[in-house]
Design a binder for this molecule. Sequence first.
Ligand code: SF4
Length: 169
Amino acid sequence: MKETNLISIEIGRSCNLASIHTSCPSGDIDRYGDLDTTLPINNDQIVSLVSNAYINMEFKGMVAFHYYNEPLLYPDKISYIIDNVRKLVPHSKFFLNTNGYYIKDNVELVKKFSRITLSNYNNEDWSWLKEQLPSTCSLWVFNIRTLDGRKIILKNIPSLYFVIDLIRK
Ligand code: SF4
């Protein structure tokens, strides 16, 4: 996995904007098709999977928690995973892709990430957050109005995605 620069784990299936962004697969109840989503995958298994990638598979990239969801709807899970992966892999890095709605409630958690990309649908001023983040964290705010605006983000962040769909019902 040394050529892979991102492992993204969909930590939960929900997004608070799914009812507004109707063309996003987030709100589609059939979005997993025939994929068996009944197998429970717990946080310790995720810790093990990610740590193993770093320790035994030459993975040197970042770990994220998004696909078609809002990661900060699951702060406790994310916090547990980050803290426990860091115990095993102190140099591990985490990437948060968020719509920003729950950042104010989770500032301490957000500080644990190395990179944050924020889809700023409400055109908010995030300078206060920039001031609070450690120098090890880069914040990229994208002022976008429509889902098509996301294409610009994807075009400008060349990442090889190794996506693991962990589905929570
Ligand atoms: S914020 Fe992102 S994940 Fe959520 S519904 Fe909109 S496009 Fe989908």
